[in-house]
Design a protein around this ligand. Structure first.
Ligand SMILES: Cc1cc2nc3c(=O)[nH]c(=O)nc-3n(C[C@H](O)[C@H](O)[C@H](O)COP(=O)(O)OP(=O)(O)OC[C@H]3O[C@@H](n4cnc5c(N)ncnc54)[C@H](O)[C@@H]3O)c2cc1C
Length: 396
């Protein structure tokens, strides 16, 4: 059986579902295919991750109709504090220095997924197909198709691959990628605490790896605790009281009494950048095109910006009655997104290498850097705008 769509999105993750919503507004007939069972992704035990959604990404999620379903679960980031290990140098960013808006929001990924699915359910031109195991990919100058194991085939003018870091579509299309392993793993867990976090997000650069404390709704925070791979098992297996003691040693007492809530999760960290963001009749978005170190909490924000750029190009082309999978769209998309993605890869990689060590000259240089950024309002404001994922912020 063959089914025809205008666009097929492979991967119903945060980026793929956002892409579907962004295109659905035009009336295009869209299929989203997902290899897993969708309901399992909405389970609290699925991945335990939260994301820092920058203000610019919140605008995108609002524009595609998802924000209204997730805002209840989003905690505003009002202050950011960046510090270097035990040295007295730190940077403090207060959202009031750049306007009334928060820097962004912390939200559990499952609630973002849930909101995206709720918004998609309202749109009859989005067809969601789960448990779809791709067997083959076929491309020609007019369209592209994928076939599943039972022989069913789906054809479209454009395939948008949002199937994550280990993209099968990238593999099948023969697109190579640059990749390196950080030999680090992020331990992720939620803590409950007796004192309020007051919207403060903390990033502590410890010599062994960065340690982030991100404010969640209620008296809860999410920890993203990076360690070299060989030390991770020790912490994953620690009894609760010793685990809590390790956390307290790293964050101090500003949150009062703490205890963990839910499971501990671990994610090995690596960088990946596709050599091209497109192939004939295919575009790559989100982690399928670029996957970065989580040190600055920017990975999915880059993906949302891919969605906004590609969505706008496709909508314009479609309004003019032109082919949405044409070569010009794909090359414009790559030109418009490469600089943002590559510069974020470079920044996160540099930050991780610069801060995850205790070598004296490097430590001195970075402390001078932190002090300088803190003392120069213009430079500080540039950093704040960058964290918010927007170029310029008004006072409104
Ligand atoms: C510890 C950690 C903390 C992070 N914190 C932040 C943060 O604070 N802020 C931030 O911006 N980013 C953060 N990130 C990065 C962020 O999680 C990723 O960038 C984001 O999840 C990528 O989304 P995606 O939709 O592109 O890919 P994925 O989340 O990988 O989704 C891919 C989807 O495609 C499906 N799929 C895969 N293969 C196939 C196939 N062959 N056929 C059909 N479907 C398929 C998968 O099942 C999945 O549903 C963090 C990452 C880590 C590891």
């Amino acid at each position: 059986m063959v089914k025809d769509f205008d666009a097929v999105i492979v991967g119903a993750g945060l980026v793929g579902m956002s892409m579907a919503l962004s295109l659905a507004k035009t009336g295009l007939k869209i299929a989203v295919i997902e290899r897993t069972k969708i309901s399992s992704q909405l389970d609290a035990e699925f991945d335990g991750r939260v994301s820092a959604i920058a203000l610019g990404s919140q605008y995108i999620l609002d524009d595609i109709g998802a924000w209204e379903f997730m805002q209840l679960y989003a905690e505003p980031i009002l202050d950011i504090r960046v510090s270097d290990g035990a040295t007295p140098f730190f940077l403090h960013y207060d959202h009031k220095e750049v306007g009334k808006n928060p820097f962004g929001y912390i939200i559990e990924n499952r609630y973002t997924r849930y909101a995206l699915h709720q918004a998609a359910a309202l749109l009859p031109n989005i067809t969601l197909i789960e448990n779809f195991k791709i067997k083959t990919l076929f491309q020609n100058q007019y369209n592209a198709s994928i076939t599943r194991d039972n022989g069913e085939s789906i054809t479209a003018s454009l395939i948008i691959a949002a199937d994550g870091k280990n993209s099968q579509i990238r593999e099948l299309a023969g697109i190579k990628a640059t990749h390196w392993d950080y030999k680090q793993t992020a331990i992720v867990c939620t803590i409950e605490h007796s004192l309020a976090h007051n919207g403060l997000a903390q990033e502590r650069f410890l010599p062994i790896g960065p340690f982030a404390v991100l404010p969640m709704t209620g008296n809860r925070s999410s920890l993203v605790w990076v360690e070299p791979n060989d030390r991770v098992k020790i912490y994953m297996d620690l009894p609760e009281d010793e685990f809590v003691q390790e956390i307290t040693e790293r964050i101090g007492g500003y949150l009062g009494d703490i205890r963990t809530s839910g499971k501990r999760f671990s994610y090995p960290l690596s960088m990946l950048h596709a050599k091209k963001y497109s192939a004939q009749r295919i575009a790559f978005i989100g982690d399928a095109a670029h996957s970065i170190h989580p040190i600055a909490g920017q990975g999915v924000n880059l993906g949302f910006r891919d969605v906004a750029t590609l969505g706008e190009l496709i909508r314009k082309q479609y309004k003019c009655g032109l082919d949405i999978g044409a070569e010009n769209i794909l090359s414009d998309y790559e030109k418009l997104r490469a600089v943002d993605n590559l510069s974020m890869i470079a920044i996160t990689d540099l930050l991780n290498r610069l801060f995850s060590n205790n070598i004296l000259p490097i430590r001195t240089a970075r402390d001078i850097g932190l002090w300088t950024v803190g003392k120069l309002p213009v430079v500080k404001r540039i950093f704040m705008h960058h964290a918010m994922g927007i170029k310029k912020v008004g006072n409104a």
